[in-house]
Structure formats: structure tokens, C-alpha cells
Design a protein around this ligand. Sequence first.
Ligand code: TTP
Ligand code: MG
Length: 372
Amino acid sequence: MEDMALFGLDHLYSGTFLRKCIGSKILHFDLDCFYAAVEMRDQPHLRTVPLAIGGPPNSRSVLCTANYEARKFGIRSGMSSSEAVRLCSHLVILPPDFSKYKSVSEKVFTIFQNYTEKIEGLSLDEAYLDVTQESKAVFASSLAKDIQKKVLKETELTISCGVSYNKFLAKVASDWRKPNGFYVITPSSAPSFVTQLKIQYLFGIGKKTVARLNEMGIETCLDIQKMSPVRLKSLFGSRYLDIFLMAHGIDTRRVESGHERKSFSNEETFSRDLFDENEQKQGLFRVYKDWRISFFKKERLDCYDVTHLHLKVKYFDHRVVTHERKYCGSLEFNDFELLFDFLKSKCAEPIRLIGVGVRLEKKSSFKQLSFE
Ligand code: TTP
Ligand code: MG
């Protein structure tokens, strides 16, 4: 303990510090074998075969990812395509379709946005959500399960989720039961969880460092917990405090969203094309109604000004037209009529899809709220 005081670590044992560290509710989401899963969804014959996404084996290219069937053969992201084919001769390799993955990712992030504004996207398929506020009304784990279900329903993809009180543990948890995983680490289960946790899970420790530490007999977080600050400093340099804290299940990094909702929209592809004006009006009204319900459920509308109304129409032959009109102030009940006015000028042909939305601007008096 004297050692701790010497290194300024004694405050870690104060109640205030610990309470601050365990008071948050953080979710970490990560889609399962993302690029491969999108291709398996779109091409059912690929669902049961070992599949990778990447360049062809006769070139000097690597794999972006592989499905779980291919992983049984030892195939991994970043492996050269030629090595992968050596491990599994019947591996199917497809070239990546980035624009498709981007649009799927946007759908998933739109789902996240319906639950909280505090979202930190790490890549197309991975994000942290801080649901501390939202979980005062609903358990964080229920929110997490709800999001998993929504993602599955709307994208036909499975997403793994970890729930905990900080970023480090939430991320470890989302990986714990992959694929389609769900795992919760609470403040009371964390101490025993981390003692057995392998050091490769610690954020920011590379493969080489892990190998070097393993050679010294350091394998779990418990081994790090037992080290003196002098030893920690000699092994990890300036990062020793972060590593020491993580090994105790403590991580004070915040979810950095910087996010403001810029728009909110809803669209529906109809089960059959809508021909006459009356049908189209009904279709528009349904889309509009769902949009309004979810918007008002999710948003504190008083934080935003509506700047534009937006309408999207896709015709039977997949041609898309969009129309946007300036709009000032808050939403009233007459905006449906406004939207319908737009639609009337566009409805000469059968309609396959209608989308409605608004563009928003956060009122300046509310701008600082997201940084609370
Ligand atoms: P990951 O989430 O790391 O991997 P994954 O989603 O394929 O598999 P897991 O089930 O383990 O989460 O990365 C997401 C996507 O990013 C992945 O589908 C492809 C791409 N990617 C690359 O292009 N190169 C890489 O080296 C990695 C790791 C990922
Ligand atoms: Mg993933």
C-alpha cells in the first residue's frame, strides 16, 4: 500500500473513485463475420460452405474475413488468400462489395440511434453505446437484447453483444459467446471474471508483448494484479496505470459519441406495387405514421428544429426520385398533407417503396446536452 501511495495509486481504493467507475451501463456490439454474413444472407447456397471475402488466391492478396465454417480450418482475417486455400482447398473466396456493407452498416447504426445518442462507432460493424440514462427505465440487458432482435429482423444478420459498466469489459463480453453472443459482466461478477482473464484481452497489448509476457509466466490479469507498481512500470512504461486498472476491471474511457441526430427517416417496400392515388395515399400514411411514432418515442423533439421534410419514392422499375422541402420549426399535424402534396406530383406510376423523413438541427441551447 505504501508503494501505491508513492505512485499516486492509493486513490484507486477510495469509494468515490470506485463508485464513479461502476455507475455506467455500456453496450458493445459487433456483427458476426460481417462481410461474409452479408454475402451468405444474399446468396443462400453459400451458407453451408467455407467462405471468405478477399482477393483471389493467385494474387498477393489477403482475406478481409471468413465465415465460421471456414474458421474451422484455421482461416482468419488478414491471412493471405493463397495460404487460406492451402488450408481448405474448397474455400469459396468472393471479392468484397464495400458499398453494400456500408449500406447494411448504416441500417444497423440507425437502429442504435433509436435507442441512444451516445454511440461511438469503431468500424462498420462495431460500436459502443452508453445507455446509462436509458437504463434507468429499462434494464441495460433488455435494451441490448431488443437491439439484437431488431438487427436480426431488419438486416437478417446476427450481432454479438456485451453488457458491462465500462468499454473494456463490454468489448470482452461481446466476444465471449460469439457468434450471436450475449454476455453480461456486472460489477459483482467482474472481480472473479478478470482474475482468470487472459492478458491478450487487455486493450492495447499487442501479440508480441503478450508472447513476451507469457514467456515470463504472466498469463492472466491476476498475474498483473499481483505486480508491484515498480514492476508494472518497468514492463509497460507510461501505460502501466491503464494496464493495472484494466487488470482490475476498471476502465475510465468514455463513449465518445460527438453525435447529433441529423435526420430521422422511415421507409417501407410494399408487398405489392401501389397503383392508384388512393392506395398510394394510404401507403404514404402508414409509412408516415410509423415514422412519427418511432420519432416521438425516441427523441426529445424539443432539442431539435426541423429544417427539411423529405420524401423518397421508388417506382415499380426501381427508379428512385427524392424530394426535399424546407420546413421551419416544429412538426405539426399538417405535415402529412404537405408530404402528400409532394407525392401527388410523383404518383403517375406504380410505386414500390415510399420513404419519409426530416432533416434536423439541434437547438443551440441543447447542444451541450450530449456531452453531459
Ligand atoms: P471484425 O469484427 O474484426 O470481424 P468479423 O465481423 O468478420 O468477425 P467476428 O465474427 O469475429 O466479429 O471485422 C469486421 C469486418 O471488417 C470484417 O467482416 C471484414 C473487415 N475486416 C477487414 O477487412 N480486415 C481485417 O483484418 C479485419 C479484422 C476485418
Ligand atoms: Mg465483427
